[in-house]
Ligand binder design. Structure first.
Ligand code: ZN
Length: 264
């Protein structure tokens, strides 16, 4: 088997209806989510498990061309209601990063972000149990979703270590992976994550992941509700968050320019 050289990691948040422009960016409608997945499948892509992704990163295992990792931040109930039926049909696994102190509650940290000031329901324990049987893996998104770079050392350790402990008691298995809330991290946060026992952590830095990438700074592509399937396909092809056509023009423009230089 030819192993893949670089693996994109896609990041989604809520799946469901959106009611303002902010939500239309961070929430994907069920119809659009289905269209995204079908487009990726048409392109010969296939979601891999979190375990397979890390086995590939560590050089233990190969992954076929077209492999990508599908992640959902925050643990919205909408992922079960709207994404799980499609993923189950496709037999595609996914990873959900949970805010451990808000299991079965609402996304309180979004109240100040969302211009409408509303919150949405998060997965409860019974949902999480059901989803584990559908191929979902659950990992940490801290205890209460703060910007980790703003916390003092004690609060940072509590958010990282406390979340691991809470999730391990819910799931009964080791929690080794983290997604930084808002994608925010610095050297101190990375060191604290390592000290809290995380083996790897996901950022929102765009790009592909190759073997040898720093496991505590894994790159992800941010998928927006406003991304058409074509825009998503461009993001995955170019490894950028810019799904617009300008990216395509720039890419081929650069290649033409390189060729002209070589010929001169
Ligand atoms: Zn989040």
């Amino acid at each position: 088997m030819n192993t893949i050289q670089r693996v994109p990691v896609l990041m989604y948040h809520r799946v469901g209806p959106a009611h303002n422009n902010w939500e239309r960016r961070y929430c994907v409608s069920p119809e659009r989510f289905a269209a995204h997945m079908y487009r990726l499948a048409e392109k010969g892509m296939r979601a891999c498990t979190l375990a397979d992704f890390f086995a590939w990163m560590e050089g233990i295992q190969d992954l076929p061309e077209g492999s990508f990792l599908l992640t959902f931040d925050d643990g919205f109930l909408g992922v079960l209601e709207h994404a799980a039926p499609i993923l189950t049909k496709m037999n595609w696994p996914a990873t959900v990063f949970l805010v451990s102190s808000l299991i079965g509650k609402q996304d309180e940290w979004c109240r100040s972000q969302n211009p409408s000031g509303v919150t949405y329901p998060l997965l409860g324990r019974e949902h999480i149990d059901a989803m584990r049987h559908m191929g979902f893996t659950f990992q940490s998104h801290t205890r209460s979703h703060p910007d980790l770079t703003t916390l003092d050392d004690d609060a940072l350790a509590d958010q990282l270590g406390g979340s691991r402990a809470e999730l391990e008691s819910v799931l009964g298995e080791p929690i080794l992976y983290l997604a930084y809330p808002f994608g925010r991290y610095d050297e101190r946060v990375v060191d604290a994550a390592r000290a809290a026992g995380y083996r790897a952590a996901f950022s929102v830095q765009p790009g592909f992941n190759r073997r040898g990438v720093d496991p505590l700074r894994i790159r992800r592509l941010d998928v927006f509700g406003t991304d058409t399937p074509t825009m998503l396909a461009r993001k995955v092809f170019f490894g950028t968050n810019d799904g617009g056509w300008r990216q395509t023009v720039r890419y081929y423009g650069d290649r033409v320019a390189q060729r002209l230089q070589l010929g001169s």
